[in-house]
Design a protein. Sequence first.
Length: 680
Amino acid sequence: MVGARSIVCRLNPDPIPMPTPSRRDLANAIRFLAIDAVEAAKSGHPGMPMGMADIAEVLWNDYLQHNPNNPKWFNRDRFVLSNGHGSMLQYALLHLSGYELPLEELKRFRKLHSMTPGHPENFMTPGVETTTGPLGQGFANAVGFALAEKLLAQRFNRPEFAVVDHRTWVFMGDGCMMEGISHEAASLAGTWGLDKLVAFWDDNHISIDGNVEGWFTDDTPARFEAYGWHVIREVDGHDADAIKAAIEEAMRSQGKPVLVCCRTTIGFGSPNKAGKESSHGAPLGKDEVAATREALGWAHGPFEIPDDIRAAWRAGNAGKVREHQWGQLFDGYAARYPAEADELVRRSRGELPEGFVADADAFIAKLQSDGHTVASRKASQMAIEAFAPLLPELVGGSADLAHSNLTLWKGSKSVAGEDPDANYIYFGVREFAMTAISNGLALHGCFIPYDATFLVFSDYARNAVRMSALMGAGAIHVYTHDSIGLGEDGPTHQPVEHLAALRFIPRNDVWRPCDAVESAVAWKAAIERRDGPSCLVFSRQNLPHQARDEAQLQAIARGGYVLKDSKGAPGVILIATGSEVGLAMEAAGQLGDHVRVVSMPCVEVFERQDVAYRASVLPDACRKRVAIEAGIADYWRKFVGLDGAVIGMHGFGASAPAEDLFPHFGFTVQHVVEAANALQ
C-alpha cells in the first residue's frame, strides 16, 4: 500500500506554483510590444515607451480607476498621453489591460485604417480620451478634464454621495514642457487648485536634436511651484517603489495640482541606444532589438506575451467591480436627489434640456420681430443671456477681453471659486491654452464650452481649433472685432486672412452673421452641434436689421439663403457675409429687380446641404456673381468663378476710423454697383 500510495503521489503531485511576474516583467511587456510594433511598422518612437514603462505599469495596475469593459464609464479616471509620439505606450497599456484592442491591431501599427495610428486619436481607439501629438496640447486638454471634474463635483456631489470623483493623469515630456502652451495651462491649473490633476514629467533630458542641456535649462520644478503646484522632485522613474510613494503623495495633495518629476532613461534597456536621441524617433533595428531582449532577459518572440504576464495584467474583474460599486452609489444618490441625478445623466448623454429648442426658436422669432440694430458682438451677448439660463452645461469665458467680446452675462460665476453653479472662466491672456482647455471640457462630457478673443488672435489658438475639428470636440470659439471695422487699432488687430484660414480647417463651422437674428441662429447651431467645433465671428460696429419672412428665418440655419430675391431668374447674384450683407442690400436697391442677394453666414453648413437646395440659392445658370466680404478676396473664387468679381481685401488694413477704412478699401455701394455692372 505504501508503494501504491507513493506511486499515486508521484503521478499526481501537488501543482508547483508558478512564480508571480515581477513589476519589471510587467513593464517589459509594454516595452517589447512598443519595440516590436515600431520595428514592424519601420516607423515610430520606441524610446519614450521604453523609458516610461515602469511608471505606466505602476499607475495602471495599482491606481488608475477604469473599466476596460466599458471605456466610457462616467466616473473613470482620464489618462492623457501628452507626449503622444510615444503612442505605442498607450496602445500596449490598452491591449494588456483588456480593452478591445487586439494584438493584430498592434501588429498593424501606423497602417491604413488600423486602430493604432501614429499618434493617439480619440475617435480611433477605445480608451483614448483625446488626440495628442502636437506637444503640450494634451497637457492643456488634461487641465480641461480636471476642471470639468471639479465643476461637476461642486455641482452634484453631496457629503454622503461623491458621485463625481475621478482623477486626470497626464504623461508629458521635455517637448511638452518647452511648448508655451504648457506655461499657460499650468498657470491656470494652479490658480484653479485642480488637485485631481497629476502630471508625470518624463525628465529624460533628450529631445530630437539630442541632449536638451543646450536649449532647455529651466528650473522646471521651481517653475511649477511658482504656479501653485505641489511638486514631487527627483523620482526614480525606473523604481516601482519610488513611483508608488510619489503617487501616494500626489493623491494626498489638497488644493494643488501635482507634478511628479520622474528621472528616466529614454530607450531603457537598449545596450547601445539607451539615453540617446537615436532611440527617440526611429526603430531600434534588428540587431539592437535582439540585444535589448538579451539585456532585459525577455526570452520571447515578437509580440509574444507569456500567459502569466498577460494574466497578471488582466487580474480579476477590478474594473467591473469599480463600476458596479459606483453604480450602487449612484442608485442611492438618484433615490435621494432625483432631480440632480436626472440632470447629470442628461448632461452625460449630451442631450439638451427638454424645451431648449422651442425656447431658442421663440427668442429668435422675437429678435426678428423686434428688429434690433446692434453690433453682432452685442447680439451674441443677447443670445448668451437668453440661452445660458436654459443650459447649466454652458461654461466658458474670454482671454482677458470679456468687456470687448461681451461674453459675460448676468448669471456669470467664476470657476475659480467653489460656487456649485460656477460657469465663467477668466482665461487671462492665454488664447492657445484657453482653446485646448475648452477641447478638454468638451471631450470630458457634461459641458458645452466656449472661449473668446479677438478674431486676429485666433492665430494664437489656431492649432487647438484644428484639434477641435480633428477630434470632433464640440467647443464653441467666439471671435469678435471681425474685420477692418474695428478701426483705429490698425493692421496688427485687423483680421484679413483669418476667416479664410479658419474655413480651410476641415469640419470647422465658421459663422459670420449679418445681424442680431443670424447671430442668435449661429449660437443655437453651435450649441446643437456636438460632433465638432463652431467659430462664431462677430463685429465691433453696429449692423442693420434685415427683414425676413418665415421661410427665410428658417433657412438661416442652412448656412446660406436668399435674403432678397430677384423678379424672375436672377441676372446678378450678390453674395455677402456679416457687415457686408447690409452693403449688398443697399447695392441691390440701386441695381434693380434682376438682382438676388444671398446671405452666407456659414459656408460649411451651406456646403453640407443637398444639391437641390444649393442650386436653388446659387443656380448654375447665373454666372454673374459678386462676393463681398471684408476679408481676403481669393477665398470667394470658388463661388464666383473666374468670371465673377470679389470685393475683398488684397493686403493688410490700416489705422483709421472704420467709416474711413471701408470706402478706402472699396467697400461702398457704388463700388459694388460698378462691379456688378462690369460683369459680362
